[in-house]
Design a protein around this ligand. Structure first.
Ligand code: SF4
Length: 165
């Protein structure tokens, strides 16, 4: 296991009782980023060994991975998906388009990056980002959610931030 994979596995055990469920939403991508997410399930990355799985309903999901900028015809669907996602509603923007609109920018058909309409926990840039970068983004989102939850409960600072991307 790589260092990132070990940390990810440990955080999922610690914070999500060994099971992190993710809903992937394509809000207007070219499918390049989606292929990299799909690669996470192949025998090379095999993220199910860490307790990660993809689910069809946001009501079963702890986290959203969003690819593509937000096209106007998918804006409402993305908002509804976010509202239906379970607390703590971690949202990871995957790829340059989801992070900031990419080459499509702000046009009559396209709003731009995901943060134009929803709070983004972590940005994973790249066109497309590599699977390792996506894994690290997932790890950052978990640590950020844990940190926010710890400070909300008054447990002091969560000092285990370990990644440097
Ligand atoms: S970041 Fe690149 S690969 Fe990903 S959706 Fe945009 S154009 Fe496609």
């Amino acid at each position: 296991m790589t260092e990132i994979e070990e940390k990810l596995s440990s955080r999922i055990k610690q914070c999500f009782a060994r099971s992190l469920h993710i809903r992937h939403v394509d809000s207007g991508s070219c499918n390049g980023c989606d292929f990299e997410i799909t690669a996470l399930m192949n025998p090379v990355y095999d993220i199910q060994r860490f307790g990660i799985d993809f689910v069809a309903s946001p009501r079963h999901a702890d986290m959203l991975l969003v690819t593509g900028g937000v096209t106007r015809n998918l804006e409402a669907a993305l908002r509804k998906t976010y509202e239906a996602t379970a607390h703590p509603k971690m949202l990871v923007a995957i790829g340059g388009c989801a992070c900031g609109g990419g080459m499509f920018g702000d046009t009559y058909a396209h709003l731009g990056g995901v943060d134009k309409i929803l709070p983004v926990s972590v940005y994973v840039p790249g066109c497309p980002p590599r699977p390792q970068a996506i894994l690290e983004g997932i790890l950052h989102a978990i640590e950020r959610a844990h940190e926010l939850e710890s400070s909300r409960k008054g447990n002091g600072a969560y000092a285990a931030r370990t990644s440097n991307v």
